[in-house]
Design a protein around this ligand. Structure first.
Ligand code: CU
Length: 473
């Protein structure tokens, strides 16, 4: 955006303080209205041919559903539009976007959306907090062109993102992007599951692995194999290909690489200037993007990887671009000989394991101190710093009959997680609390802290009580 455009944009915001909440502003350049056509990965909506900004209406639904993560492995994904990654949104610089976020009635959790393309508090998150079975509307001007990530930003934010709540929104520059033959949507992300990679069955989210950034799965477009075999993206020799690459994270930075191709152009971090030529591997930050372009010169299968290479071959970060057409033996001669190279010697060293045991609390005061730290790290994002909870989403812990009536039940909730309907102080909740991987000592400390904070008159919980409950089922 040039300076005069920027100045008028700032003035527009200053003049209309309720910019994000009210209807279409009187921008003389905006004309018409249209419903956005959104696409599932790897498809990208058609290039915009309008030469003027318009009012764009976007409808996006959040859902929670069990789907395939890998062969034999299922996962309860939280989605924007029913798939991971969320649907691709394409608008034009200067468009006025009216965004409707609807949360399916079967959802257990509230959701919202933070679009990195939005200039405004929370990127829309504050205006779009949406309980199950309801919808929210907010609006914004797509002032800055570029390729942006959107994601859910409802607490616990990391868990919503880890469960699949991210996608891309392209704000095309008003002059458009150079025409290409093929455009594809590729979004990397990682999953943290109770079982190790490939362990069959419905896998729960593992909060501790997510905190430790110890991903079991790193994938393109939501699952292992979403871009391989019959699902490969395709091109013909001579095609100019543009990839819109996003990284939903939640944690890992991608070293995005296409084996056997060189990116002729890279729009680093999804900005609008193609600022690099002849690039082998480009970094895609968590919560960030990149656009790459290349012309395919020879037929074959080109492998998309995160070149943090164990992720590609051991965790799923692998896709395929299948190119058909005429050979060009000058460019590439094809296979002449295949050998296997294995370095000799060098036994893998044993890594000394086992973190030192944390100190045990000797007094209630020490238990309370330790518990306060555990609470801040694991519980406060949802149940709030003063245990007051969040209406419609997370029950209070301060004055909670559910908590204080039954200490064993509270311990079980912490060590096993808790989902399904419960009633707290006469109010119904139906959410999902992930199991928190804590030692018996840590469970005792945090429950003692909760039991004796914010006016609660509960008892001290000892590690031996937690041990008993843990071993009783
Ligand atoms: Cu969410």
């Amino acid at each position: 955006m040039n300076r005069s455009t920027f100045t008028s944009f700032v003035l527009l915001i200053l003049v209309s303080g309720s910019f994000l909440l009210t209807g279409c502003q009187s921008d003389p350049q905006i004309s018409g209205e249209e419903q956005a056509v959104l696409t599932y990965a790897p498809a990208v909506p058609a290039a915009i041919t309008r030469n003027h900004p318009t009012k764009v209406i976007i409808e996006l639904e959040t859902t929670e559903e069990v789907k395939r993560l890998a062969d034999g492995v299922e996962y309860t994904f939280w989605t924007f539009g029913g798939e991971v990654p969320g649907k691709f949104i394409r608008v034009r610089e200067g468009d006025f976007v009216e965004f409707h976020l609807n949360n399916h009635p079967d959802s257990k959790m509230p959701h919202n959306i933070d679009l990195h393309a939005v200039t405004g508090p929370g990127g829309g998150a504050a205006s779009s907090f949406t309980a199950p079975g309801t919808g929210s509307t907010f609006s914004f001007t797509a002032a800055n062109p570029g390729l942006y990530v959107y994601h859910c930003a409802t607490a616990p934010v990391g868990m919503h993102v880890a469960n699949g709540m991210y996608g891309l929104i392209l704000v095309e520059p008003k002059e458009g992007l150079p025409p290409v033959d093929k455009e594809y949507y590729v979004m990397q992300s990682e999953f943290y599951t109770g079982g190790e990679y490939g362990e069959p069955g419905l896998q729960p989210f593992d909060m501790q692995k997510a905190v430790d950034e110890d991903a079991d799965y790193v994938v393109f477009n939501g699952s292992v194999g979403a871009m391989t075999g019959d699902n490969a993206i395709t091109a013909e020799v001579g095609d100019r290909v543009r990839l819109y690459i996003g990284n939903g994270g939640p944690n890992l930075v991608s070293s995005f690489h296409v084996i056997g191709e060189i990116f002729d152009l890279v729009y680093t971090e999804g900005g609008t200037v193609a600022n690099q030529e002849n690039v082998q591997t480009t970094l895609v930050p968590a919560g960030g993007s990149a656009m790459v372009e290349f012309t395919v010169d020879v037929p074959g299968t080109f492998i998309l990887v995160d070149h943090s290479i164990f992720r590609a071959f051991n965790k799923g970060a692998l896709g395929m671009l299948t190119v058909t057409g005429e050979e060009d033996l000058d460019m590439y001669s094809g296979k002449q000989e295949e050998t296997v190279y294995l370095p000799e010697g060098g036994a893998i060293q044993e890594i000394p394991g086992g973190a030192p045991e944390p100190p045990t609390a000797q007094t209630i005061a020490e238990r309370m101190d330790a518990g306060a730290r555990i609470y801040a790290a694991n519980c406060a994002a949802c149940h709030q710093p003063e245990g007051q909870g969040l209406a419609g989403a997370f029950p209070p812990l301060a004055g909670s009959d559910y908590l204080l009536e039954d200490t064993d039940r509270a311990i079980r909730a912490l060590i096993n997680g808790l989902s399904g309907p419960i009633t707290v102080n006469g109010v119904d909740y139906n959410g999902v609390m992930p199991a928190v991987r804590l030692s018996d000592e840590e469970v005792a400390n945090v429950l003692t802290f909760i039991n004796k904070s914010w006016g609660n008159d509960g008892a001290e919980v000892t590690p031996s009580t937690v041990t008993r409950v843990r071993s009783s089922h």
